[in-house]
Write a protein that binds this ligand. Structure first.
Ligand SMILES: Cc1cc2nc3c(=O)[nH]c(=O)nc-3n(C[C@H](O)[C@H](O)[C@H](O)COP(=O)(O)O)c2cc1C
Length: 183
């Protein structure tokens, strides 16, 4: 079976981000058929449609990079019951020019992560609304709302065995999902 390349988009710019730690854990747990790579979004200036005729180089690089992947895995915090602006911005940048979206057709997964009890449910589903328009087949099950994440890491090392086992199951299911939707 071919190895599928997955772009991991982390919705937090914070150095010690729990979402980044979860993303790195998923990369370690991924089966050999999946290769996960975090694609950075913090360098992308706020999208302004006026710049469409001559977009910043960072936009062009980001769009070309995303196009090289077979699928996308989003790991997002919840900010005020929605996705952080940095993630929305990256999605907008990748979606343009109209009709040439870098996201189009790529199978994807959504993982939301929070120290709070609700596991970023609001962000997870606001993101899913965007994915419908972007024509990205999003894995439905298992859903991933990781709550109470604040005390589950020692550095980058996930210390909670139940969460590890959940993430293993998640990434295995995602590998199957990507395979089903790959070209
Ligand atoms: C502007 C802002 C809004 C937030 N709103 C929420 C929220 O709606 N729900 C929630 O569970 N946590 C909320 N939080 C707390 C984040 O879940 C927490 O900061 C988390 O660690 C961010 O993810 P990260 O560790 O990957 O950076 C908010 C944090 C910030 C800075």
């Amino acid at each position: 079976m071919a190895t599928r390349k997955i772009a991991v988009i982390v919705g937090s710019l914070r150095k010690e981000s729990f979402n980044r730690k979860v993303a790195k854990t998923l990369a370690l747990l991924a089966p050999p058929t999946l290769e996960l790579e975090i694609v950075e979004i913090g360098q992308l200036a706020l999208y302004n449609q006026d710049d469409d005729p001559s977009p910043p180089a960072t936009y062009l690089e980001f769009r070309e990079k995303i196009k090289q992947f077979d699928g996308v895995l989003f790991c997002t915090p919840e900010y005020n019951r929605s996705v952080p602006a940095a993630l929305k911005n990256a999605i907008d940048v990748g979606s343009r020019p109209y009709g040439q979206s870098a996201w189009n057709g790529k199978p994807c997964g959504v993982v939301s992560v929070s120290p709070g009890a609700t596991g970023g449910f609001g962000a997870n589903h606001h993101l899913r609304q965007m994915l419908v328009f972007l024509n990205m087949p999003a894995m439905q099950q298992p859903e991933a709302y990781l709550g109470h994440i604040g005390d589950q890491f020692d550095g980058d090392n996930l210390t909670n065995d139940r969460t590890r086992s959940f993430l293993q199951n998640y990434i295995d299911a995602f590998a199957t999902w990507v395979e089903r939707h790959a070209d």
